[in-house]
Design a protein around this ligand. Structure first.
Ligand SMILES: Nc1nc2c(ncn2[C@@H]2O[C@H](COP(=O)(O)OP(=O)(O)OP(=O)(O)O)[C@@H](O)[C@H]2O)c(=O)[nH]1
Ligand SMILES: [Mg+2]
Length: 328
């Protein structure tokens, strides 16, 4: 893929470690959408150039219900990594949607105290529009942050819904943050969210019932399907604002990284990376599907609704059209 002179100079600044260039690249990637020919109007060449730098970060997904303490925990993790001289980027996926009325962007990351430290970079991405688009933006932005060379990337997502399950697929390690209060646990069991967690954190362990809740979680995990040689998610307790339990969390994350490296191809790092690549391709396909079905007129859907043509037939036709238009 060819880059333009403008992109070349941006890329040079990016490789030179200029945060402003990183911010610009992220904005391009966040806004970058494929056109109806499946070609990205802005960021694709840039993204590919950045990916070819071949840099890797440790990507930790931090997910859990609203207010569980994800940002406070991220903040505590940042302190530990910075004390070791390691760099950290935080990508906070903002759950603002037409349904929730939209949260204020900065609100998601209000707990972060490190925003003036040059070894820390914080960025929000809004979950507007369709899931395919979000997943694509997030994975592209993640690649840019990796290309920039951060040692760690913390990916904060809110909730226990499908989008979080999807986003979690791009992380090397997924930390599920729950609290003893508010019946989070029951929700987690219901949503099957425990399956995506590599580590469980019972934050707000200063609240009553933390031990009982942790034991219930451990019990639920033991019922799950874990092979004898596979990773068993630990259940940890933290009090994020005081840093209690954070060094144990850092250790557990390191144990998980070691596990991933040692089991590289089967369930480890390479498997994770393949899963991520598959997810990235799937997100592109999803986005095309959304665009194609959006562009198709209602007439065609009403024929499907009336049983005159099959959904599969329409899908095939739309794909063929896409193929033709990208060739012409
Ligand atoms: N008691 C107690 N409060 C905590 C703890 N951790 C975080 N909090 C408080 O819980 C509130 C929410 O913390 P955040 O870190 O913003 O939670 P979050 O999960 O990032 O929230 P959203 O991004 O809005 O979903 C804040 O008022 C924190 O001070 C804890 O361990 N114990
Ligand atoms: Mg937050």
């Amino acid at each position: 893929m060819q880059t333009s002179p403008l992109q070349d100079s941006l890329l040079t600044a990016f490789q030179g470690g200029q945060e402003r260039a990183l911010a610009r690249v992220l904005t391009l990637l966040e806004g970058g959408r494929q056109d109806s020919r499946g070609q990205d109007s802005m960021g694709q060449e840039l993204l590919q150039a950045v990916r070819q730098l071949g840099k890797r970060s440790r990507v930790v997904g931090i997910t859990g219900p609203p207010g569980a303490g994800k940002s406070t925990l991220s903040d505590a993790l940042i302190s530990v990594y910075r004390a070791r001289g390691e760099t950290v980027a935080v990508l906070a996926v903002d759950p603002s949607s037409p349904f929730s009325g939209g949260a204020i962007l900065g609100d998601r990351i209000r707990m972060l105290r490190h925003t003036h430290d040059s070894g820390v970079f914080v960025r929000s991405v809004a979950t507007r529009g369709a899931l395919g688009g979000l997943a694509q933006s997030v994975s592209a932005m993640l690649s840019a942050l990796e290309g920039f060379g951060f040692d760690h990337i913390l990916l904060e997502t809110v909730g226990v819904g499908q989008s979080e399950v999807d986003i979690a697929q791009v992380a090397d390690s997924v930390v599920l943050v729950l609290t003893p209060a508010g019946g989070d646990g029951i929700q987690a069991f219901k949503a099957g969210i425990l399956e995506i967690a590599d580590l469980l954190v019972v934050n707000k362990a200063d609240l009553p019932e933390a031990d009982r809740f942790s034991r219930a979680l451990s019990g639920a995990l033991e019922l799950g399907d874990h092979g004898f040689d596979s990773w068993m998610p630990p259940v940890l307790q933290t009090i994020a604002p005081s840093g209690t339990g954070i060094s144990e969390l850092v250790l557990a994350l390191e144990r998980h990284q070691t596990y991933l490296r040692e089991n590289n191809t089967a369930t480890g790092l390479e498997a994770r990376r393949l899963k991520r690549a598959r997810f990235e391709v799937r997100s592109s396909l999803l986005q095309w599907a959304e665009q194609l079905t959006g562009a198709a007129g209602n007439a065609v859907f009403s024929r499907v609704a009336q049983g005159q043509i099959s959904p599969l037939e329409v899908a095939r036709t739309l794909l063929e059209e896409l193929n033709r238009s990208s060739l012409s």
